[in-house]
Design a binder for this molecule. Sequence first.
Ligand code: FES
Ligand code: FE2
Length: 449
Amino acid sequence: MKFDFNLWDIHIGNPHPFNERAPRIDNGTGRPDPERYHDRDFAAREWEQVFAKSWLLACPVSDVAEPGDFAKFDIGSESFLIVRGEDGEIRAHYNVCPHRGARLVQADVGAVNQFSCPFHSWKFDLEGTNTHITDEETFQPEVLCHDTDLTSVRCETVAGLVFISMDETIEPLRDFLGPVAEQLELYQIADMYPVQHRRSDWGANWKGGIDAFAETYHLHAVHPQTQGLMDDRTQIDLYPNGLVSRQFVPFAQPSRRYDDQDSVNPGIAMMLADAGIDPATFEGTAKETRAAIQKAKRKRSDDLGLGYERFSDTQLSDSTVYSVFPNVQIGCHPEAVFLHRFLPHPTDPNQFTYDTLILYRDVDAPGYSAPAWMGLGDDVDLSGRTRPEVVHTKLGDPPGLGEVLDQDSDLLPVVQAGAHSRGFRGPLWSEQEARLRHFHAELDKRMAQ
Ligand code: FES
Ligand SMILES: [Fe+2]
């Protein structure tokens, strides 16, 4: 069998600078030690070496749109408050009272003009400065000479996304994101807002989640229902320094593994309707729907002034998926953006929390809505006027994330169990899993430092 690094060409007939392949990066052919998926010492070092020294996606900028707006970001054993100050600056502080360590805030999002500790009512302004100490005269001045302000962390925004870092010396966020910063900016995420926010606890290591979401190789086996409307031939691009990668997942055309390449099946009909094409009058075959959708979305953009000139054709129809080291994946579409975060458990390497947020921007025009395949319920407010509550399902409960994600959450504990076996000597990744190798190579580099 002939081996080909470039896999498949999915952009035939659609040349565009955005689609150009990144120069190949060789991450070797090694087989990493599977202890990374379950060993407690590895997890503890990983927290120090990886999470404490990376930029971490905290919230979309729309969650802190106005002065006083805050968002809480919990990861591992830490909790952070991201808050917009009266001066318009977005800052981040540990969600910890300097008096006795109480968490200041329990809510996921909200608006305040100051933070007040629930334990003894110390108060802090939005910049984290202490403004009130209850019964201050009962403290020896030498005690209060120690810092009584909140501890702040680095906080920067790129492409409408707010990141924090516990590492004071980390490079600027834009450098960390490399070429992906500009690519994300095309989606104008700052104008989008959450329409769904779900969190669920899964019985696997967080990297098991990263691995499962960074390849389409498993679609035919785990999600066979996607085969009629989603191609698993993809283009994968790895970027230098190991921190980011991307993948195009063609939508609205059957997988090459799917027998019927001609009939417009119900999944593809749904995607035609999303683009404003009546499936009943569409005369082409399933192989022709992707191009028809690209054309229809261009026309809709021209009619409504959506500015899709900034996108390649494939960006209009496909999912353009980014990995941002260590624990973020971002699925980009002109209409909406999916943020996926894989949050390590504070102590147990066999659990993680999957946090998924759909960001959308409404367009006031007949027939324009969120694509049906996103699975947003009829009761979802697409206007952005109400920030949806975070729905959190606990371990053992079905996450209720829709058929595809529920299949993943069922499967991951099965993979996690096998990772513990003496008989498993580490993963053997194909080129379809090049993003996994890229991610683990960066992880290994940082763990060795
Ligand atoms: S712990 Fe916050 S005021 Fe005492
Ligand atoms: Fe999956």
